[in-house]
Design a protein around this ligand. Structure first.
Ligand code: MTE
Ligand code: MO
Length: 263
């Protein structure tokens, strides 16, 4: 298949050229993007801020990640990270096959909602065969089915000061020394409204298994695997990430990973 996407390495090449031509070209748009009031400035390392801004500038907001054919699915989606959460609230739901599950939608929305799995499954769905790239260096092609996040956001009515969508998860991760923190993630409104960003409830033609995030996980196809929160219990629309978790936009980000993990 054709490579429709710009690889991270090639992108950094473009970014390097673009950055180095800024003073010469005097490009207002680039200047604005490089120096403007970036909402993530306060918590992102500058290199990641630059990557984020340039990628947003150079790559069309609706550019699709590559999609594959059924024959390119070579194995099951490899479970990674949490694969069997033991948090009591999750176990109680799992024991009853998630019948009492509700997706909580809150924050900067006109109509906060609590959606059942049936309601989510009955919304318009999208199925896509995409490649999952984990930061640890492995990839898997799999078929995902779910409701576009944009659709859920539209039903809730996003307020004009919204900048990010936060995914709160059921599973907590050990931080050592007896501490733990709930997994969470966040994306900007561009990725939130991207056509391939779905709240997936199906994997390779079956219900999403527990190991891969049942009953609901997000697919964000233009970013690395750790952005794609599994075991989602709530979605919160916010204008600022600094008061959530450790303030850097995600469980792994709070431990030093980049917030923007575009590929
Ligand atoms: N809630 C939650 N989401 C998570 C993780 C996790 O540990 N907990 N791991 C992340 C990482 S690092 C990857 S690679 C993918 C793995 O998804 P998979 O198990 O379906 O392959 O989930 C991501 N989302
Ligand atoms: Mo990962």
């Amino acid at each position: 298949m054709t490579r429709l996407f710009v690889s991270r390495r090639r992108f950094m090449g473009i970014a390097g050229v673009a950055a180095s031509t800024v003073p010469l070209a005097g490009c207002d748009m680039l200047d604005g993007l490089l120096a403007g009031d970036d909402p993530v400035r306060g918590f992102l390392a500058s290199a990641n801020t630059l990557t984020y801004r340039l990628q947003r500038l150079l790559i069309p907001v609706d550019r699709l990640a590559p999609e594959f054919s059924e024959s390119e699915i070579r194995q099951g989606q490899r479970p990674n990270g949490s694969t069997d959460p033991t948090d009591p609230a999750y176990l109680a739901l799992k024991d009853a096959e998630f019948a009492a599950y509700r997706l909580n939608v809150s924050g900067l929305v006109e109509r906060p909602m609590q959606l059942t799995l049936d309601e989510l499954r009955n919304m318009p769905s999208r199925t896509q065969i995409t490649r999952h790239d984990c930061v640890e260096g492995w990839s898997c092609v799999a078929k995902w089915t779910g409701v576009p996040l944009a659709r859920v956001l539209d039903e809730a009515g996003v307020k004009s000061d919204a900048r990010y969508v936060v995914f709160h998860c059921f599973d907590s991760m050990s931080l050592g020394l007896g501490g733990s923190a709930a997994y969470y993630e966040s994306i900007d409104m561009i990725d939130a409204r991207h056509p391939q960003t779905i709240l997936a409830h199906g994997l390779n033609g079956t219900l999403l298994p527990v190991a891969n995030g049942a009953p609901l996980r997000v697919r964000i196809e233009r970013q690395l695997g750790y952005k794609m929160a599994k075991y989602i219990r709530a979605i919160e629309v916010v204008s600022d990430l600094s008061k959530i978790g450790g303030g850097r936009g995600g469980y792994w980000e709070d431990l030093g990973y980049d917030w923007y993990a575009g590929i």
